[in-house]
Design a protein around this ligand. Structure first.
Ligand SMILES: [Zn+2]
Length: 166
């Protein structure tokens, strides 16, 4: 809808509501401003979503092994606490999606069952950096490298099929 259309539409609605004269012009202008702000917000959201999606694609390209691996649930907590210790990220609690547990805290890491190492590193890295940016990517990279050095990436999956990653 162009601005002219929007304006005509708003004018019609306000006229139907019995608003006229100077008041009508004011209301129509306000309506257009609100509409513009709304469109800007929507664009912002789309941009952020687009960027996040791009980040997911890039990390999978950068660290394919890590994102194709699979860690059994019983090993996840061990790996998280070892990584957290090495990278000085407190002692975050791990929760799996689908397991109902009461209480929540900013220090919790939520993971799917049998996650891949890339995902573990991604979520853990978020404890330091919120945004999907270069800082996060480089921290993920350092974590993946550390996992590789420790050979945690060779852990073979014990479940038969890879699940969707996110
Ligand atoms: Zn993320």
């Amino acid at each position: 809808m162009s601005q002219e259309d929007t304006e005509a539409w708003a004018r019609e609605i306000y006229q139907k509501l019995g608003i006229s004269g100077e008041r009508l012009e004011i209301e129509v202008r306000k309506y257009i401003e609100r509409e513009k702000r709304y469109i800007m917000r929507m664009r912002q959201i789309n941009n952020n979503q687009g960027f996040r999606l791009k980040f997911y694609l890039v990390e999978r390209q950068e660290f394919p092994e890590a994102f194709k691996s699979q860690v059994i649930d019983s090993e996840v907590k061990k790996i998280v606490s070892k990584l957290a210790r090495h990278f000085k990220i407190g002692n975050p609690r791990v929760r799996f999606y689908g397991n109902r547990q009461s209480g929540s805290s900013g220090w919790d890491i939520r993971l799917s069952h049998n996650p891949n190492l890339g995902l573990i590193c991604h979520e853990l890295a978020h404890q330091k950096h919120r945004g999907h940016n270069k800082k996060l990517m480089s921290l993920i990279g350092r974590m993946v490298k550390y996992c590789t050095k420790k050979q945690w990436n060779i852990m073979k999956p014990q479940v038969s099929k890879m699940r969707s990653e996110m």
